[in-house]
Ligand binder design. Sequence first.
Ligand code: MF3
Ligand code: CO
Ligand code: CO
Length: 291
Amino acid sequence: MKVGRNNLCPCGSGKKFKKCCMKNQQVENPVSVKELYYKNHNIRIKNKAEIDGIRESGKLVMETHKIVEKEIRPGITTDFINEIVHEHTLANRGICAPLNYRGFPKSVCTSVNSVICHGIPGPYVLQDGDIINVDITTILDGYYADANYTYFVGTPSEDAKKIVSIAKESLRLGLNEVKTGNRVGNIGYAIQKYAEAEGCSVVREFIGHGIGINFHEQPNIPHYGNKTDGVQLIPGMIFTVEPMINLGKKELHILDDDWTAMTDDGSLSAQFEQTVVVTSTGYESLTPFDL
Ligand code: MF3
Ligand code: CO
Ligand code: CO
């Protein structure tokens, strides 16, 4: 791997390459950056075969989203969405990662209106004007990919249009910061700055995460914070960015089912999520959709 001037020095000093071994023409005691990230941060940098596997899993996630999108309308239950996701995933050799994950009882998360995330599919009938975040995580050949999208049910209210637009733009601006040499903190900083300037709030309790070999890996990707927070991004890092943005205040509570997260003030909440791999020039989305 070619080391850029502003990247971490491969000798493991923690300094920038230009401030360290670059001066000596040669790296003293080279250790691979990959080993270093695993040892110091528990971050698994993925190789080509792993990236290819996660990309295939991501294709199935997005194919499933396309099918869900066609079925979203007033009158269907969130259980029906669960059924579609479950059937399509299994029909394509996949496994639904949420099912039985830490006791989660269903195959997908369906979060309606003031539900922020981790909504459990059930008998609720979607109403005209609802918004629903469908969060699909698939395991294919052992590889995980994770993406969510907030859909309009029927005709959206002005509030619904606003929060969905701001949540989507938050993801776009966050992903815009994903490039080698930037830090994890650049992502959250960009998101928080934008969402708060729009008068909305950023949820703190749930964050993006490394993914691929397991559902939730290092690094943590907060959707708030400072540019100087966290590790430097390097090629082969795979993680999600998934900002949860509330129209009102950021505070939340969890229902008695131990999963459903709702805004305290009852305001609408929306979320978009993609799984991305850092490349030498920026990133590649492994669960791409238009932003
Ligand atoms: N897919 C969610 C995420 O983006 C996690 C859901 S955990 C579950 O990280 F158990 F609710 F499925
Ligand atoms: Co996720
Ligand atoms: Co998810």
